[in-house]
Structure formats: C-alpha cells, structure tokens
Design a protein around this ligand. Structure first.
Ligand code: OXD
Ligand code: MN
Length: 587
C-alpha cells in the first residue's frame, strides 16, 4: 500500500464515482496473482490451457464487438483544441470528464475495484515513469502484470511524488456506442470505458507509453516513440543498438526477434531483443541518445506467427502467456491460429466461442487481430540489457513502411534534419499482392499517427530540437522497405532473417566503414556492399530495388506537399525547406 496523498485522494474520488463492492490492491505477489487466475477460471473469464504443453497459459475471448483499438473513438482532451492538432480527435476536457464520469458512475456495482501500481521501465530507472490503473477486470490485471512491472515496489519508487499517470478503466457494458478512450495529457490522466480489448484497456501501453508519454517527452525534453529496439552483436562481442519505427502490420515484432542467416551466425553474429513496440529515449550524460523499452512483455499479433516467421516470438508464448481470441484446440487443450502450422484442429472452438472444424470450415478460427500476451523474459534472445536502468545507446534510427515501388530497400538520410523529413513523410500501402496492384497510401509520420498525444507539427519541431541537442552524437537516420513488389506482385526481397544483411550495412555506415551512393533522396548502398552470401539473389535484382526513380519520387514529393498542408503554420520551416530541396534534387 501507499501513503502518497495524491494517490489516496484520487482513489477516494474514483471509489466514490464507480462504487465498487470491494477494493483490492495488487501487490505483485505470486499468491495474489494465482488466486486471481483461479477466480477468473471459476467465472469463465479465462480458460486454463494444457499445463504440460503450455504451463501457466490461459485463453480469453473478448466480446465480438470489441476486438481492436478504436481510433475513431480515441480522443486527445487538451484544453485547447488546436493543441491536439489535425491528426487527433479532440474533446473539450470539461465536457469529456462530465460525459465519462456519467458513463462510469456506479459502473463497479457488484464488482471489485482492482488498484494496479505499475512502472513503465525498470523500477527506479531515471527513464521510467509510474502509473496507477484502476479496473474492474481480472483479465486487465493479469495482462498488466505481464506487460508492465506491477506491485508494492512501485509505491516505494513513487514515494510522495505527484508525477504519476492516473488511469481509470471500466468495462461498463462493453457498449460500442459508449466506448471512449480519452487521454488528458495536461492532467496525466487516461479514461477508458466500455471496452475489454488490450490496446484500449492495458492503459500502460498505447495510452500512457505513447500518447501521454509523447506529450511528457515534449515538455521534459525526451522522446516516446513507436519503435522496436534491437541489439546486434558482432563476432568481436561488440553490441550496437538500433531503434526502428514501422506502422502496425509491417513486421516490427519480427525484426525485433529476427534470427540472422546461418553464415552470419556461424561467424558469431547475434541479435538481442530489447523491445518490440515502444522506445523511450533520453540524452545521456555522454551526450548520446539512450533508450529503454518501457514494457515488460509482448502483446503480439498471433496469426502468421510460426516457427519460421518468428521462432523467438512463438517460443515466448510457451509459458505464462494469455491468448486472446485465438482458436481453442479441444483435443489437447492448446491454441491454434491461422498461419501457426498447416494442421488446423478438427475439434475446436473458434474465437467467437462456437464449435469449429479447421479442416472443413471456411470461417477463421482465430480473429485476425488475436493476440498473445507473453512475458519478455521468455524470449530466447532477450537482451542482457533489458533490465538496465540506463537503457542502451542508440546508433541508428530506422523508419520504414510497406511500399510496392517507391522506396528503395534502404537509404540513409543526409543528416538528422533530413531524417526528420523522411520520418515525417513516412507512408505505408495496402498491397493487393496477387494482382500486383499498388494499394492506398496512408501517411503515418514516425508510425505515430494514432499515438501522438499533441499537435504533430509541434512533434516534428520537438524532433528537430532533439537533433540540435544531440549534435554530432545524434543517431544516423535510415529508411528501409522490405516490401518492394515485382510485376507479378511477389515480394522481391526475402525479408525476415535476411534483413540482417541490410542492418549490417546500416551499422557499417554508422561506423564509417562503408561508402554509399548519393541520390536525390539520400545515400543508398553500392549493391556489392550488401552481403548476399548463401542467398539465391542476383546482384542485378538487388540493384533494381536500390534504384531511386526520379519520376516516381516527383509524384511522391507532390503527395508529401499535400500531406504537409494539414499541419498549417505549425509545420517547421526546416521541413518545408527539406521538401523544396528534394524537389530541386529531382529536377
Ligand atoms: C500494436 C499496434 O498493437 O501498433 O502494437 O497496433
Ligand atoms: Mn504498436
């Protein structure tokens, strides 16, 4: 328990509002967690899976209307509308509190109020931050216990400080019409009602670690980014760290846990996972940029995860994991999802709870956004620095997206400012691989479109300011595109572990070990500098995906100009100049 007056006062206020039958403080002890698991099993909220094959693993199904983040119902409630910017939904905070308190009033009647003290980042780290979530859902408690650091040690670290984030979650009736995910950045407050789905209710993740934290980082001079963090160890045992931002569904978890090709493993190369989704970064005493992963687990998409696509992610789910909305194999009481293997169960229950025969049914067994919540410590390649209080120094920042034609396999920005331009113009396409058609482009600056808690023009300005402070210690900024398509709509680059070949070029560039070719958009590799050992991939094909086609880029520049219009006068002048330079380079 805590004696922190600001916490106790808020809890009293919340208790009077939601009116629970009882209040339970989550202390982080194994006994308490075990008794909550047992209670959730008794009520049917969780199903216990095969203890031998999947020890300490559970299955949960959400309501059918509640299976994903709801961007249309997510609001930034800053005092001034202008400060939420053109990329966020906005609600006046006074009106929002009134409406949300109206919805939450008495909503815990007959239920328990769980109080979860949690730390984002290793407890006590100068890069970490503390939150308190109250919830009426054991599922939320058990997921938060995996995804964050929970328990009494958090109260000790907080002491009397008022620097903590308030999170109110109430399932209410899971009514879609009254579902709201509201962030109040100026009040360090989150309110989430009428959902039970992870991204909406595990308030430490997107709501705090990105939306609130991006605002805090702006005010306090640090960065909260939608980035994986990866360590690459060379045969001499030196480890370099990179952070990479890709929009959802572009393979962040796969890159974060990739297995290098055999010839590199034989030489002694290794990959270490620090994080797969979020990176908090501060300038350290040595002037470099240092990063922690504020999370303690992986909330990964299950479909498509298998031994080949992501061996390490799959291994992470083998114990202490909660599966949500996957298929339940009744023959051996385990789980299954599309893309796990080619052997779907015949005697199963699909994600909605109906009997399902995977061999004959046309319906999906698992929801496409079904998830595993797995402890980071399960990951076979978890970094030894995962618990480090100071984090890891970042050598390179990598942006990327899914582009069928435009972006080359990899290029390096000319400098930090140019790199911010590259990130601000980031985009990803939906692909219709079968026909080779190019899909719709969605601009997703720094992969933060749904997650930036303030005006995105100010966010770009903050990036530029960070670059000035970092000076020549700034990480180098790159862009990658694993998703170039040929005329038949097939991916050209093999991807997955072979992406290590590109990461090695990036690290060589950071160390000044390799030359590059200057193009209008930045520096691309000389084809012979991407190591193709043991790969059935000819150098001409490689050249074709390193090409920068002027006409395509002229179109791209025109689209960026259009995209920039929405930021109005908060768009930093430097970025307008960058765009003009690009246009001039393309003439
Ligand atoms: C996620 C997302 O769940 O980005 O990580 O949508
Ligand atoms: Mn994400």
């Amino acid at each position: 328990m805590t004696t922190n007056k600001t916490v106790l006062a808020w809890l009293e206020e919340m208790k009077a509002l939601v009116n629970p039958d009882e209040v339970v403080f989550i202390d982080g002890s194994e006994e308490q967690i075990e008794s909550l698991r047992a209670e959730a099993v008794a009520t049917g909220e969780l199903e216990k899976l095969n203890e031998e094959l999947l020890p300490d693993c559970y299955l949960h199904r959400t309501k059918v209307n509640d299976v994903a983040r709801v961007e249309g119902r997510t609001f930034i409630c800053s005092r001034e509308k202008e400060n939420a910017g053109p990329t966020n939904n906005w609600m006046d905070p006074k009106e929002a509190y009134e409406m949300l308190y109206g919805i939450a009033k008495d909503s815990y009647k007959g239920r328990t109020m769980y109080v979860i003290p949690f730390s984002m980042g290793p407890i006590g780290s100068p890069l970490a931050k503390i939150g308190v979530e109250i919830t009426d859902s054991i599922y939320v408690v058990l997921n938060m216990v995996i995804m964050t650091r929970v328990g009494n040690a958090v109260w000790d670290a907080l002491g009397d400080s008022n620097d903590w984030v308030r999170g109110l979650h109430s399932r209410c009736d899971i009514d879609e019409e009254k579902r709201y995910i509201c962030q109040f950045p100026e009040d360090n407050t989150i309110i989430s009602v009428n959902s039970g789905y992870g991204g909406n209710v595990l308030l430490g993740k997107k709501c705090f670690a990105l939306r609130i934290a991006s605002y805090q980082g702006w005010k306090e001079g640090w960065m909260a980014e939608h980035m994986l963090i990866l360590g690459i160890e060379n045969p001499k045992g030196e480890v370099k760290y990179v952070a990479a931002a890709f929009p959802s569904a572009c393979g962040k978890t796969n890159l974060a846990m990739m297995i290098p090709p055999k010839y590199l493993r034989d030489k002694g190369y290794k990959v270490w996972t620090v994080g797969d989704d979020i990176s908090w970064m501060r300038i350290g005493e040595d002037g470099r940029l240092w990063a922690i992963n504020p999370e303690n687990g992986f909330f990964g998409v299950a479909p498509g995860t298998n031994e080949k696509s992501n061996y390490n992610a799959l291994a992470s789910t083998k114990k202490g994991t909660i599966f949500t909305n996957v298929a339940h194999n009744l023959d051996n009481n385990t789980v299954w999802w599309e893309g796990l293997d080619k052997n779907p169960p015949e005697n199963a229950i699909e994600w909605k709870g109906n009997p399902w025969n995977g061999k004959t049914s046309d319906e999906k067994g698992a929801h496409p956004n079904s998830r595993f919540t797995a402890p980071a410590k399960n990951c076979p390649c978890i970094s030894s620095e995962f618990e480090s209080q100071s984090g890891v120094p970042i050598s390179a920042i990598i942006f990327g997206g899914r582009r069928a034609k435009t972006a080359p396999l990899v290029y390096q920005s000319k400098n930090w400012e140019n790199g911010v331009f590259v990130g601000s113009a980031m985009a990803s396409e939906t692909t219709a691989a079968a026909s080779g058609a190019v899909g719709v482009v969605r601009r997703d600056p720094m992969a933060m479109l749904p997650f930036c808690g303030y005006h995105m023009g100010d966010y770009f300005r903050h990036w530029l300011e960070m670059g000035k402070k970092l000076g020549d210690k700034a990480p180098k900024i790159f862009n990658v595109n694993w998703f170039r398509l040929d005329d038949e709509g097939h991916f050209i680059w093999p991807g997955f572990g072979d992406n290590m070949r590109v990461i090695n070029w990036i690290i060589d560039r950071c160390e000044g070990k390799v030359d590059a070719v200057e193009t209008p958009i930045g520096f691309v590799p000389k084809a012979e500098d991407i190591d193709l050992t043991d790969l059935d991939f000819d150098i001409d094909t490689l050249k074709s995906i390193l090409e920068v086609d002027k006409e395509t880029w002229q179109k791209e520049a025109a689209e960026i100009e259009e995209h920039y219009k929405k930021f109005g006068d908060r768009l930093p002048e430097e970025l307008v100049n960058q765009l003009n330079t690009l246009k001039a380079n393309l003439k």
